[in-house]
Structures are given as structure tokens and as C-alpha cells.
Design a binder for this molecule. Sequence first.
Ligand SMILES: Nc1nc2c(ncn2[C@@H]2O[C@H](COP(=O)(O)OP(=O)(O)OP(=O)(O)O)[C@@H](O)[C@H]2O)c(=O)[nH]1
Ligand SMILES: [Mg+2]
Length: 332
Amino acid sequence: MELSHLNPNTDSNRPQSPTVSVVIPTLNEERNLPHVFAKLPAMITEVIVVDGGSKDRTVEVARRLRPDAVIVQQTRKGKGNALACGFAACTGDIIVMIDADGSTDPAEIPLFVNKLINGDHFVKGSRFSHGGHSHDITRLRKLGNDGLNLVVNVLFRTHFTDLCYGYNAFWRAVVPALDLPDVKLPRPSDGRKLWGDGFEIETMINIRAVAEKLKVGEVGSTEHERIHGESNLNTFRDGFRVLRTIFSEYGRMRRRRGAGLRPFVEGLQVGPARGLNPVPPRHAADPRRDGGHLNRARRTDDINKIRARELDDLGGRPTQDINKLRSGPSAD
Ligand SMILES: Nc1nc2c(ncn2[C@@H]2O[C@H](COP(=O)(O)OP(=O)(O)OP(=O)(O)O)[C@@H](O)[C@H]2O)c(=O)[nH]1
Ligand SMILES: [Mg+2]
């Protein structure tokens, strides 16, 4: 069901049982996928596998296990880019992001969906509250996670208990609020990752959700050890990337506020128990293209300058169409 086709002002038009897309980024996960797919609950209406050029039989295995799965090839490198490509391909009312290594338990998805149906815009899994637990995190990583968590809670006046965990769910209608790096931008020629394309993605998404004043909830989640294979995460390199992300997101939020951009939440209407609908825009502009919700922006010039700076940071221009990235179950 397309939220954008609903009349936002009538309860009867809100989705009674929202459709749920699950986005699974994969990089050499052929041995783990059977465990993950086996635990996908029946409520999932769409499975999007975003592959990062796996050298093993990940894509083949995904197709065999779930012939209805949509397989997307990501446009650049990194988990962040994979998720952005996955979100762009989703059609469900709700999007859930899980890992393919067996560390996140798909059986928990109904907990996330339930919280969304009950009024949250965005629901974060937490390994350290609401009964959550991690069988995987090392002492060093826990220390780093706690430190980064504290910095965010002080700067953004939030109450996150688990900043860097990648098990989240949200209404598809809030994807524009996350304003992720355009999937159509080219890969940098020097081989580096664009900002937001790496493991900083979780932090970026979580911070943007609060910066746009979305209603963010947490549910307890149990993280397991990766079943087979090796982690793609580097504790120090990726930890510093997360720290940089926090400060850069703080600056971004202040610039946007300074320019008079209204928080995204003001353009949404939440149903008391059933769903979330976009309110018709009060301006003719496309909120995605304009980087937000221009509703009472002070000066269009300011916004254009901010947008140009963000594009500069990303270092390129669009080249491809996301529709071309989405291949059906039988395509390569
Ligand atoms: N498509 C794609 N998927 C990726 C990429 N990097 C990681 N992934 C997937 O993202 C998920 C999380 O990656 P992991 O390497 O397990 O990293 P992590 O879970 O943050 O770290 P660990 O706790 O050490 O496992 C897995 O499903 C990976 O296959 C990438 O560049 N592209
Ligand atoms: Mg993992």
C-alpha cells in the first residue's frame, strides 16, 4: 500500500495491517543466509537483499531460498550505500533493516513493527536496555559504544542506550528525513567511501531521526555472534568514523536550523494507533530534492547553499537511475 496515495486526514484510510519490507545487506554471506531467511516471520511482505559484490554464492543462495526476494546490486561500496539502495527499492509501509550474518534475530521483527503501529516513527533495537543483550560485543567495543553514545546524548539531548546497533525499523514515509547520500552519485575515483556509505550509517540514521524530531522508540534486542565468516568492521577505523559523524551531524543540524528548515516531523501526521501519513506539502517543492521540508524556510538561498555544501562533501553528481538497480528474482 502506497502511503502517498492515502488521504492523510481520515483514520479509515490508514493501513490496517501495514506491509513490511526487510532490507538485508550482504557481503559474502552464503552460509549465513539460510539461518536468517528461516527465521523471517510471515508478516514480512517483501525481502530486499542488497549485495555488495559478494565473491561467494550469496545471490544464488538468496534466490534459491526466497524466489520472491528482490536482489539489488549496490551502486558504491559500504554498508551505508547498501542500505540506501535497499531503502530506495522498498515498497512496504514499514522498513526493517537487519544483518545477514545471523547476529540480528528476524524473529524480533514483530516487536519493532508493533511499536511503529503504536505511534513511533522510528524504532531502534537496543542491546543494553529493555531486556536486550549482546553475545557478540567485546569489552573494547562496548567501551567505545558507551563513549559515543554519551557524546550523542549530551550533544543532542537524547536518551539512546545503543547508538551503533544496526537493527532498526521505521515507516517508509520517513526515509526522506534521513536524507542519505544519493545512491546515484558516482563512486569516488580515489576508491574512498562517500560520507554515509560506511559503517557510520547507523549513527547517521539515528541522529537524523532525532534531529528531525521523529518519535524514536527503543526495543530490547539480543545480538548473537556472527554464525560464519569474518566481520567487515574495523573497531578503530570505524569507531573514529562514527565520532566524526556525530560532530558533522551536529554541525549539519545547527546549519539547517539556522537556515530556518523546519524539522521533518512537522510534515507528518501520525495516526493514534494505526499508521503514519505524510501531510500534503505546503509548498510545491519536492522535499527530497530540496533536502528536507522547506515549509517555512527563511531564505531559499540559505537552503541552496547548505545543499550545495552537502553535495560538495559527497563529491559528485547523479549518474544512474535507481530503477535500473532493482532486478527481479531471475535477473543477474
Ligand atoms: N552490501 C553490503 N553489505 C555489507 C557491506 N559491509 C558489510 N555488509 C553486511 O552488513 C552486515 C553487517 O556487517 P558485519 O561485517 O557483520 O559488521 P557488524 O555486524 O557491524 O560487525 P560485527 O559485530 O563485527 O559482526 C552483514 O550482513 C554484512 O554482510 C558492504 O560493503 N556491502
Ligand atoms: Mg555482524
